[in-house]
Design a binder for this molecule. Structure first.
Ligand SMILES: [Ca+2]
Ligand SMILES: [Ca+2]
Ligand SMILES: [Ca+2]
Length: 482
């Protein structure tokens, strides 16, 4: 079921309409009325209707991921796992670490290389086989690219991101710079080229889909906009909420996130169920790493509904059909933008609406890029002070590359500042939508890491570009003294 808890029901003997339900948390028999047991079994029905990815409705429409290929870029894939073996796709798999074609993980006593196999199960666990669970796209083809179990160089990343790009539709990844709250880093030249080639040449020119986990550095006040893999317009950065729609403790909130799916939350709460190493199953897969594969599975259903979709069409469909659910209560910073969209933190819960929209989607026009320079500003940011930079642009209105509506907005900055972790930066669009590009990061004591730094925001999606933009740069160092 959609909450990730397994239930087993067996008809009792030949009695009509009598079934025995088992819950994994309850093993004992009891002779007294067990209201608590009943509530565990009925828990999903008691949940808010808004807290549902509506995957079953998409399955009912006939979309189960058939002929769509997903590959997990991770620490390996247990290719003979009984819940994955039927969907395993050799062509979508390789081993960059050991330079062979078999992505099986390196087995250790502690099963440390279980991550890729867990992510793969979320996408492609087989249905109706009495093993583990059911993947979101349970008829899709699943591959694994083993690349995290070794030194991860730019070349390793690029080889992984470009592997068999005419065969693989969707790449799912959950790695990047350290989540320590003080690293500002991103893809190297080769990985950047792999992204660019993927979206222009991959999938027969429709573009590969790169799904990315938004990072687990929330407890270090890390910001996913300091992560160039999230900031790339070519990746779909996916964030997490727990089963009740709460913001989890590990979450990094930032403007490059495109949508959100479920994952783990507080200790004791439900976590994600999937396949595990040694032919086992797990119900304890966690973090934003568990959210990205769910999105990859959703997108597999979308591509099955319409395989002509480009990489940008897919991003549009996700933005247009994601809903806030009850997240508005949990995140006071919530905004609906000037185009009526809720890009960024909205819950990717409209699976059936995704596929319905995909069926009738008309390809978006060519992507136009327009760059507007701002003069160098020599202003000092005093203690707890703020500087405001405004820029009026016609966004290439008079040229052939006119931007009619916005998708991604990037801000390239050269900032000269004494303690980068103290900075908070907001961008406000002509429509009045405010997007936080950078939040204060208490562990970042470095200076001048933001040289040629590109922040990206999806929050202005669909808005008009022309008009006056405002950038607010604030010194919030004093906020750590309390
Ligand atoms: Ca191997
Ligand atoms: Ca299964
Ligand atoms: Ca991070």
């Amino acid at each position: 079921n959609s909450s990730g808890i397994f239930y087993f029901s067996l008809q009792i003997g030949s009695l009509d309409d009598h079934y025995l339900f088992q819950h994994p948390k309850i093993s004992k028999r009891s002779a007294i009325p067990s209201d608590g047991h009943h509530s565990l079994l009925t828990e999903p029905k008691n949940r808010d209707d808004d807290l549902n990815m509506n995957v079953i409705e998409a399955w009912d429409l006939g979309y189960t991921g058939k002929n769509i290929v997903v590959s997990i870029l991770d620490d390996g894939l247990e290719t003979d796992h009984p819940d994955l073996v039927d969907n395993y796709d050799r062509e979508a798999s390789t081993d960059i670490n050991d330079n062979d074609s078999d992505p099986k993980p390196r087995f250790t006593y502690s099963n440390e290389n279980k991550h890729g196999t867990r992510c793969a199960g979320e996408v492609a666990m087989k249905a109706n086989n009495d093993v583990c669970g059911v993947g979101v796209a349970y008829d899709s083809k699943i591959g694994g690219i083993r690349m995290l179990d070794g030194v991860v160089t730019d070349a390793v990343e690029a080889a992984s991101l470009s592997f068999n790009k005419q065969h693989i539709d969707i790449y799912s990844a959950s790695w990047g710079p350290d989540d320590d709250g003080r690293t500002v880093d991103g893809p190297g030249n080769l990985a950047k080229k792999a992204f660019k080639d993927g979206v222009t040449e991959g999938r027969g020119g429709k573009g590969n889909i790169f799904v990315w986990a938004s990072g687990n550095g929330g407890h270090n006040s890390d910001n996913c906009n300091c992560d160039g893999y999230q900031d790339s317009i070519y990746t779909m950065s996916i964030s997490s909420v727990d089963e009740f729609g709460n913001i989890p403790w590990y979450l990094e909130q930032c403007s490059s996130t495109l949508a959100t799916t479920y994952s783990s939350g507080e200790q004791g709460g439900s976590q994600i169920s999937s396949t595990d190493l040694q032919h086992e199953c797990t119900d304890s897969h966690t973090g934003t790493s568990a959210s990205a594969p769910l999105a990859a599975g959703l997108i597999a259903l979308v591509l099955e509904a319409n395989s002509a979709l480009t990489w940008r069409d897919v991003q549009h469909i996700v933005v247009m059909t994601s809903r806030r659910g009850n997240l508005i209560d949990k995140d006071p910073g919530w905004v609906t933008n000037g185009a009526g969209y809720e890009a960024g933190m909205a819950l990717d819960d409209g699976c059936w609406r995704h596929v319905r929209l995909a069926e009738k989607w008309k390809e978006v026009p060519t992507q136009n890029e327009c760059e507007t320079p701002v003069d160098t500003i020599a202003k000092k940011i005093s203690g707890s002070g703020k500087i405001i930079v405004t820029m009026t642009t016609d966004f290439c209105d008079t040229q052939t590359e006119k931007v009619n509506y916005l998708e991604h907005v990037q801000v390239k900055m050269f900032l000269d500042f004494s303690r980068d972790g103290d900075l908070s930066i907001d961008l406000i669009s002509p429509a009045g939508t405010r997007s936080n590009l950078l939040s204060p990061r208490k562990y970042d004591h470095s200076e001048n890491a933001f040289e040629n730094w590109i922040a990206m925001t999806t929050h202005f999606w669909g808005e008009k570009a022309q008009g006056t933009w405002t950038l607010e740069i604030q010194n919030k160092g004093s906020s750590f003294n309390t």
